[in-house]
Structures are given as C-alpha cells and as structure tokens.
Ligand binder design. Structure first.
Ligand SMILES: C[S@@+](CC[C@H](N)C(=O)[O-])C[C@H]1O[C@@H](n2cnc3c(N)ncnc32)[C@H](O)[C@@H]1O
Length: 257
C-alpha cells in the first residue's frame, strides 16, 4: 500500500524516511525560496521581520496524503496561517511514521500546539494515540472537520479539539495537576509573529518530566534561529532530523535534569 506523504508529490514524499542524526549544517546559506508544496512565498532571511508577509496565491483545495496506510484528505481554507499545511507538518508526519518503533504513540496522550489543518494530529491518532489538537479559536472549526473526517471509524480514540492561545489561561484551562501528556507535537509554530515568548511559555507548561516534545520547523529567518537558542536553553534538546533541501529541522526536547 502506498504510504508516506503527500500524494500530489508522491515521488518526492513517498519514499522519504527520516533517520536520527547528530549532524547539523550551518544555516548561513538560507535564501529566499518559493515553496510550491504549500503555495506560500516565503521572504528571505531578514534581520528584522516587520515586512514579512506570506503571499498566498491559490484557491481553496483539498490536499491528499497517505500515512500509516491510510488515505488522508485535508481541507485547507483561506486567510490564515492555520489554513494551510506547512512543511513542518509533512516532515513531522513522515518522521512519526518512519520512526514508529522509536516514537511509539500507541495509547499515548498527545497534545498538538498550533495544529492548523490537523495533519500531524491525524497521523498521531491513526498511530493509536489519544490526541488533543489545539489552535486559535478561528482555526478550530476547520481543524475539527479534518480530524473528524479522517479518523472516524479508523482510530481507537476519538481526537479532541480545543482552543488554546499560547500563554493564555494555561493554569486555568490546562492545569498541570490534571493535564499530563506523553508527547507534545509542534509543526511550523515558529515564524515571524509576536507570540514567541508565549509559545515558549506554553511549551514549558506542557513539557514536564516524562513528556517528550517534538518540534518540526522550516528555518527561514534569523528570528527562527534566535528561538532555537532559547529553546535549547529551556530544554534538553536533540536535533533528530535536518532536511537541507526543505530547510526543515526536527528537534526533540525533554525537561532539563
Ligand atoms: C504556520 S501555521 C502551522 C500550522 C500547522 N502546524 C502546520 O504545520 O501545517 C502556525 C499555527 O500556529 C497557530 N498560532 C499562531 N499564533 C498562535 C497563538 N498565539 N496561539 C495558538 N496558536 C497560534 C496558527 O493558527 C497556525 O495554525
């Protein structure tokens, strides 16, 4: 059965297998690129990112993937960062599928931050996890649709969807005494926005002893590298994957000893 990625670019995605690596390449050659996978025109590395806006230039459509032996169709929407499937989501989904023995999600409690259209949460759910996918209030309707559409009748656990604005009311809505997760998943949550402090705070809130955080991100800007420095100071981190062509890295983080 076909497996492993976006069906519209199967030759690229189908046989991709990610392996653990300790190697990291310098990012000095990050340049402007057109990412035809997600139809977003990313800007070049900037010292400041005030002028950066993604240029979304396509019509509403369904993206089709095949992961863990299941066909997945994702309904994208308009006018929001959470309306598109970003490269980090494809990379993290591929990583989870390829490393299912190392990262066993079976019967694990999984939380996704900034889930967007829901691809990563769907893959985690199909791998047997009890998943809560979270995002901003405006995003959760399409997120719920995609999760429900792709997991109904296929999964042991019905995925949950919750509104979660980074840094907001975490102790109130997600008190650590009640909400404990085995895995926190994040894909392309770092890009030029003014909530990076709140994002790191939220990662720290959920990543407790016994939790593993997996974060996949396309590295575009100097501000992304700054966040990586802060991320490394906040957690014990390992670079699991680096995809130079896609400029995507996947980090694993656990609480510091
Ligand atoms: C670049 S998109 C990535 C979406 C998805 N993870 C993917 O890789 O396809 C960033 C996501 O973070 C969410 N987000 C941005 N700011 C947020 C905030 N302050 N609180 C919660 N989610 C936020 C957006 O709504 C969006 O879904």
């Amino acid at each position: 059965m076909e497996t492993g990625g976006r069906q519209t670019c199967a030759s690229v995605q189908k046989n991709r297998r990610f392996k653990h690596t300790d190697h990291i390449k310098p990012q000095s050659n990050i340049t402007q690129e057109k990412d035809s996978d997600i139809k977003v025109m990313a800007g070049e590395i900037l010292e400041t990112h005030e002028s950066w806006e993604p240029s979304i230039r396509y019509s509403l459509r369904i993206e089709r993937f095949c992961f863990v032996g299941h066909k997945i169709s994702i309904r994208e929407s308009f006018d929001s960062y959470g309306a598109l499937i970003w490269p980090g989501a494809v990379a993290l989904s591929s990583y989870l599928e390829a490393n299912h023995k190392h990262v066993s999600l079976l019967d694990k409690a999984v939380l996704e931050l900034g889930a967007g259209t829901g691809l990563v949460s769907i893959v985690a759910c199909l791998m047997g996890a009890w998943v809560t996918a979270t995002d901003l209030p405006d995003i959760v309707e399409n997120l719920s649709f995609n999760l429900s559409h792709n997991t109904r009748g296929r999964c042991s656990y019905t995925p949950q969807v919750a509104q979660l604005t980074w840094g907001k009311d975490l102790d109130l809505n997600f008190p650590s005494t009640i909400y404990n997760y085995d895995y926190i998943l994040c894909a392309d949550v770092v890009y030029p926005h003014n909530c990076l402090d709140e994002l790191l705070l939220t990662m720290k809130h959920f990543c407790k002893r016994g939790t593993t955080l997996l974060w996949a991100n396309k590295i575009r800007f100097s501000s992304d590298l700054d966040f990586i420095d802060r991320f490394k100071k906040a957690f014990d981190t390992t670079l699991l994957v680096e995809l130079p062509d896609e400029m995507v890295r996947i980090y694993q983080a656990t609480v510091q000893d």
